[in-house]
Design a binder for this molecule. Sequence first.
Ligand SMILES: [Zn+2]
Length: 206
Amino acid sequence: MVERAQAAFAGRLDVLLGLESDFMPGLEPWLERLHRRAPLHHVLGSVHYQMAFYRERYFTGDVFLYQKTYYEHLALAAESGLFDTLSHPDLVKNERPAEWHFPRIRDVVERALDRIAVTGVAMELNTSGLLKAIPEMNPNAEQLRLMRERGIPVVLGADAHRPDRVADGYGAALRLLIEAGYEEVNIIVNRRRQAIPLQLALQSLR
Ligand SMILES: [Zn+2]
């Protein structure tokens, strides 16, 4: 399908093959094999707290502990070396939104970001968060500033799922990056990160 789309849009639009890959400790050998099965341009690593297989293993009924486990697993995903980017990296806030208090989890987030920064793995700013229980992007502006302090590169994503949501909210996302102190946004091509100045990215939006 991707090859057909590449041929159909040649010269007008670059169509690349990527994968959003589920991370959980212990899956590494399987993920290594999976990622070798196709010539992928971009591999995103995701901790999906809402998936039954993940919840069964890690949810004890203590929501704060679940939030902490999520950030531990984000750091492990970065350290695994399997991924270019960590997807929607505060998604767990939507598990019982009333129990998400950023000041309470801030230390845990900072320690995870310290570990992620060392790996050079990028983190996504995902605009689809606006459509979820806590209507803000993933991650929120506070986490984005902590990422900026540590020089963690950011990749934009809309998690479109539908053609009409492709690049949804990118203008607002780029402005959020500027407010957080970023000067560049990144794309991943052939599993390599390429930086684009934010002003140039803003001008490219139509
Ligand atoms: Zn996801």
